[in-house]
Every structure is written in structure tokens, then in C-alpha cells.
Design a protein. Structure first.
Length: 345
């Protein structure tokens, strides 16, 4: 049994590592250098990713851990999830709610890069409350940074693939989204097998409550943040999803690769529970949007298209007027020739 558990644990570690690499590669493939340049000139997406992922979410995780009086092990698992950068699920959901895909991808990518420095810092700040406990003293901030640093290589490779081979990059993005879903399902099955059928019963009700409330509050905080910045409705939906959706693969990888199963225990399941509820709640938002918000979006889009059609018709009329110039006499030519010059100005 011990050998079997060890083999299963090693297999789980390999699966988590591969899943994280494929996800980060897909994220890199979704980033275009031109978009990065635009964001650097007007870094709204970068600022929103900073405020949402490393101010709002860590503080939210800390407050929930205090309110529900979690023990040190559960608190570290919740804090770790709250300090993680945005995940790829938000990119998929943004498509379904007609969000701003450029903003979504830039926020996910920039929060992942910022996490290299800010995630260990947030963990160090918010774990002070439990500093005298053994698990916090063993909190491996160096290993967290190392795991984050290892994600930069597949992201950089993905950006290079997008630059050199755009079609291959599009395919890789689709593969990474499917791998996200498959990895989460397999993780649920393997973790349940390894830790036993009574695993879910061992998790306190307070942890289940946090797994439900935390993504929901994250979505609300993100929407409020975008409203403060006076962003249009489709950008508000995007920022909302980006803030509430965490990179649970990264959280799972850190828990798996830096803590022993004996130490972390059933709390290894928290990021998987978070993934389950963040997906379910985002799915409900998508459903509500499809039922009630789609019509207003279509009207806005139709209005923009009508403006475009009016401009196009006006342009065509001017072109017709231009062709009639050939029929006028030489005496009238000079006076009429001034009109298109005035129109161009």
C-alpha cells in the first residue's frame, strides 16, 4: 500500500507539473507582442491585475480565514489560493460573455509575471497572524518563488510561438483550455483515491463555505473595481471574471510540491474545491448574461454598425460626386474642385 501510495503521489506530482506547463504555454500563445506594447503605453490592464489579484483577493482570503476562525493549515491553503495570479478559466469565460479578450489575456499574463515577486510578499504579510504555528514557520517562500519562476519559461516559449507561428499558437491555446478541464477532473479522481473516500467528510464546513464565498466575492470586487475606473460594460464583465478566477493549477502545484501530504492533509483539496465553485458560479453568470444581458449587447453592437453604415454611405455618395466632376465644364472645374479639399479637412 505504501509503495502504491508513493507511486500514485509521484504520478500526481507529474500530472500537476505537466498540466501547469501546458496551461502556461497556452497563456503565452495567447499573448501578442503588439498588445503588450499597447498595454505598456496605457497600462490599465496591468494596474487592474495588480489591484485585483494582489490587493483585493489576498485581503479577502485573509479576512475570510479570520472570520471563519480557520486553523493554521486551512488558513495557509486559503491564503495561498487567494494570493495566486489569474487563471485561464477567465479567458474562456470572457469569450462567453462577450468580454474584452485583449484585456483578459493581458490581465492574466501580467498577474502571472507580477506573482513572481508579489505572491511571496503577500503570503509573508498575511501569514503573520499564524506566525507561531509550525506550518507557517515551514512556509517555503523560496519554493513558491521557484515554482513561479519555472512558469516563465513556457510563457516565454508561447509568446515566441505566437510571433513565429500564429496558427500553431491558436491550436495550442485550444489544447491548453482542454487540458485545464481534463487536469482538474483527473486531480479530483486521483486525490480522492490517494487520500481515501472519507476525504471530503474531513474538510470542515467553514472551508466549504469559503470555497463558495471567495470566488463570488472576487467577481463582485472585480466588477466594482472596473466600475470605479469607469470602464464600459464588456470590460467590467472581463475584470470581474479575471479577479474571481484564480490559477488553481499553480496553487495545487505549490501545495503538492512544497508540503508533505502528512502536513497539508485534506487541505490539499481546497484549490480543487475553489476550482469547482469558481467554475460553477462563472457558469451561472454566463447563463444569466445569455438570458438577460445579450439583447443590450446586441443593441449596442447594432448601433455601432449603423454608425459605420452611415459613414460608409456618405463616403460612397462623395465618391459618386467625384465621378461627376468629369462632366462639368472647364470654367466650373476650379470652383467645384475646392469642395473635396474642404471635405478632406
Amino acid at each position: 500500500d505504501t509503495f502504491g501510495d508513493r507511486s500514485l503521489s509521484q504520478g500526481l506530482s507529474v500530472l500537476v507539473g505537466l498540466g501547469l506547463c501546458v496551461t502556461m504555454l497556452g497563456l503565452g500563445c495567447a499573448v501578442e507582442l503588439g498588445q503588450l506594447g499597447q498595454q505598456l503605453r496605457r497600462p490599465v490592464g496591468l494596474l487592474l491585475a495588480l489591484l485585483g489579484q494582489f490587493v483585493a483577493m489576498p485581503l479577502l482570503a485573509f479576512l475570510l480565514a479570520l472570520i471563519f476562525a480557520l486553523d493554521e493549515v486551512a488558513a495557509v491553503a486559503v491564503l495561498l489560493c487567494g494570493c495566486c495570479p489569474g487563471g485561464n478559466l477567465s479567458n474562456l469565460m470572457s469569450v462567453l460573455v462577450d468580454g474584452d479578450m485583449n484585456l483578459s489575456i493581458i490581465m492574466t499574463a501580467s498577474s502571472t509575471l507580477l506573482a513572481l515577486f508579489l505572491m511571496p510578499l503577500c503570503l509573508w504579510i498575511y501569514s503573520r497572524h499564524w506566525i507561531n504555528t509550525a506550518v507557517v514557520q515551514l512556509l517555503p517562500l523560496g519554493a513558491v518563488s521557484l515554482t513561479l519562476g519555472s512558469t516563465l519559461l513556457p510563457i516565454g516559449l508561447g509568446v515566441l510561438i505566437r510571433y513565429r507561428h500564429p496558427r500553431a499558437a491558436d491550436l495550442m491555446v485550444k489544447i491548453s483550455l482542454w487540458s485545464l478541464l481534463v487536469t482538474l477532473v483527473v486531480l479530483f479522481i486521483l486525490t480522492g483515491t490517494m487520500l481515501g473516500p472519507d476525504l471530503l467528510a474531513q474538510i470542515p464546513a467553514s472551508v466549504y463555505a469559503i470555497a463558495v464565498l471567495m470566488p463570488l466575492a472576487g467577481y463582485a470586487l472585480g466588477y466594482g473595481l472596473a466600475t470605479v475606473f469607469k470602464m464600459p460594460p464588456h470590460c467590467r464583465r472581463t475584470v470581474s471574471l479575471e479577479t474571481g478566477c484564480q490559477n488553481v493549477q499553480l496553487c495545487t502545484a505549490i501545495l503538492k510540491l512544497t508540503f508533505s501530504p502528512e502536513l497539508i492533509g485534506s487541505m490539499y483539496m481546497f484549490p480543487l474545491l475553489y476550482a469547482l465553485f469558481q467554475s460553477a458560479e462563472a457558469g451561472l453568470f454566463v447563463l444569466a448574461y445569455k438570458m438577460y444581458g445579450k439583447d443590450s449587447y446586441k443593441q449596442d453592437t447594432l448601433g455601432e454598425e449603423e454608425d459605420t453604415d452611415i459613414s460608409y454611405k456618405k463616403l460612397k455618395e462623395e465618391e459618386v460626386a467625384d465621378t461627376s466632376y468629369g462632366t462639368v465644364t472647364t470654367e466650373e472645374h476650379n470652383s467645384i474642385q475646392m469642395e473635396p479639399t474642404q471635405t478632406a479637412l
